[in-house]
Design a protein around this ligand. Structure first.
Ligand code: SF4
Ligand code: SF4
Length: 561
């Protein structure tokens, strides 16, 4: 078991998506839902998109299959995971990096991939979506937006590597990977029924013309202004500046968290003192609005960043972790109210901070748009929670507003601190586990481990009116999420029967599992390794060989038709 996930090649993802939609109507184990026509279209970054919701920059927008799974569930606004000059292994990210309670915490900020890998994943996802939407008539191929995210200082953002990333996202036509995907598609047009050569060659790969700037807590105001101005003036990008919940002020944050049952959350007063003040940020934002008007790009704020808190009980490794989810909701909507009042509603707000089915309609009604989520997708339901958010919007359709209705946001902020749904009650603090004596490594009892995995690394299959779950080693980055939702108290990513890509991967892991080389399988059961054909291995374990036989006879994706 390795904590390095591996991007899946374009050809494999395409085969899997075509096969799975034709067989089961899903992409990467997420049922494909068309957008309810009740949801009014939204105009963002020069595009008309089919829904204002999507995944926030984070674990759900790191790999191409995650982005496609989110689209399947109804996402149309995708905030891609942040790239920065420090990349891949140099990040030194410690695993697990996600801790999910009622609220969630993480210690990851930017992509674990290298900048080039991240670029290729985003181009791959964008292009696959264009193909799949057209092939299966899922909606408007133009009806979604990719918002890129960069950090964390001007020097890094101006570096050759990050500049290449930004320019290639603006126009990927010269990127070798994109050219290879197009060539491959044209050579395999017989895999499709609706796709034409004209459509494929007519696509122009403007992957993204919009960006969110992330800066570190404590970043000086002058630096924030220089980067944002650079992104608008020089890069001509529609730009969102991510602001911190610290804008609410230390006293108000402490009061809200205590009142709502999060009194155990501790944080450093210094992080408030180091961050830009509310007064300074309003002056800065006003200047940036002037720049955006002059260079004719959109400008707004992204509310909010996650909230830095102290690690007290070894929830994760290190000293600081970043809080998100329901506990962030009153803080983020509070900042939205404060800024909306200061700007009399004339400041665009992109929102992320504890949105759920209970508040999304009201948030959207204020004029805030788009709205993205991450913690919600890490909980049972997983990506399908996006479908529920769209349903909540369709139940009470509201047209996109041109400005923010300040009074509505203020009311929402007042209501948020009274609403017991966002309180941390004792009931929520308890973790119920079923008590059982036996556990199968193929367990599919609740499928929570399948749903909550951002990377689709736990995969569920039906068989003999039963189902089994296989763990995919190469997709798992050991984020830890699935271990919080196993109703039997197990750690799925360490205990499930695992499919390995090759011998080396199997040797790096202690998990029981297998890898396949043509018709020969190497399986490890109870630590013992055996090699042979499935017929030869039957004497070792009837259950395992039967499941693998079924798996390869029914779930193989090495054909597209
Ligand atoms: S299998 Fe579990 S630990 Fe691995 S990526 Fe998925 S949720 Fe994270
Ligand atoms: S979360 Fe646990 S109980 Fe549920 S299917 Fe996965 S392994 Fe089984």
């Amino acid at each position: 078991m390795s904590d390095k996930m591996r991007p899946v090649p374009f050809e494999e993802l395409l085969k899997q998506a075509l096969w799975e939609y034709r067989q089961k109507g899903s992409f990467f184990f997420v049922p494909v839902e068309k957008i309810d026509s009740q949801i009014p279209k939204v105009h963002l970054s020069g595009k008309e998109i089919e829904s204002p919701i999507g995944p926030a920059a984070g674990p759900h927008t790191q790999l191409a299959q995650n982005i496609i799974a989110a689209y399947a569930a109804g996402a149309r606004y995708f905030e891609l995971k942040t790239v920065q000059i420090v990349e891949g292994e140099s990040l030194g990210l410690k695993k697990p990096c996600i801790y999910v309670s009622d609220e969630a915490y993480n210690t990851e900020w930017s992509t674990e991939l290298t900048v080039i890998q991240a670029l290729e994943e985003y181009i791959k996802a964008w292009y696959l979506l264009k193909l799949l939407i057209k092939e299966f008539k899922l909606g408007d191929p133009e009806g979604f937006v990719f918002n890129m995210s960069v950090g964390y200082n001007l020097e890094g953002i101006k570096s050759e590597k990050i500049d290449y990333f930004i320019e290639s996202m603006k126009d990927a036509s010269k990127v070798r990977a994109y050219q290879d995907y197009v060539r491959f598609t044209i050579e395999h047009l017989d895999w499709f029924t609706s796709l034409t050569r004209e459509y494929v060659t007519g696509l122009w790969p403007y992957i993204s013309n919009t960006i969110t700037l992330s800066t570190m807590h404590g970043c000086p105001a002058k630096e924030i202004e220089s980067i944002t101005t650079y992104l608008m003036e020089v890069k001509k990008l529609n730009t969102y500046l991510k602001c911190n919940p610290t804008l609410l002020g230390v006293l108000q944050v402490r009061t809200i968290l205590d009142k709502m049952g999060y009194e155990y959350v501790t944080f450093d007063r210094e992080s408030f003192e180091a961050d830009i003040s509310f007064e300074a940020v309003t002056e800065l934002l006003a200047r940036l609005q002037t720049v955006s008007k002059r260079v004719k790009v959109e400008f707004g704020v992204k509310l909010t960043n996650t909230f830095p808190v102290r690690i007290k009980e070894q929830e994760l490794q290190g000293e600081t972790m970043y809080m998100s989810g329901p506990a962030l909701y009153p803080l983020t909507i509070g900042v939205a109210a404060k800024l909306s009042e200061a700007f009399k509603g004339n400041l665009s707000i992109s929102y992320s901070g504890g949105a759920d089915t209970g508040n999304i309609g009201a948030i959207y009604e204020t004029g805030i748009c788009p709205i993205t989520v991450s913690t919600l997708l890490l909980k049972p339901g997983g990506y399908r929670n996006l479908t529920r958010l769209n349903k909540a919007l369709a139940d009470k359709p509201v047209k996109q507003k041109q400005s923010i209705e300040t009074e509505l946001v203020k009311k929402l902020a007042e209501k948020a601190v009274q609403d017991t749904r966002y309180f941390k009650t004792d009931r929520k603090k308890e973790k119920k586990k079923l008590s059982v004596t036996s556990y199968s490594p193929f367990c599919s009892k609740c499928r929570n481990c399948v749903e909550v995995c951002p990377n689709r690394a736990n995969q569920s299959y039906e068989w003999k009116q039963k189902s089994y779950v296989l763990h995919q080693d190469r997709l798992c980055n050991e984020c830890g999420t699935c271990s919080f939702f196993c109703i039997l108290g197990h750690v799925p990513y360490k205990e499930k029967f695992t499919e390995f890509y090759n011998r080396e991967d199997m040797q790096e892991s202690d998990n029981d599992g297998f890898y396949r080389k043509q018709e020969r399988f190497t399986i490890r059961i109870a630590g013992q390794v055996h090699t042979g054909s499935l017929t030869e291995l039957r004497t070792i374990s009837e259950e395992v060989t039967e499941i693998l036989e079924h798996h390869y006879a029914n779930n193989r994706t090495d054909y597209a038709g």
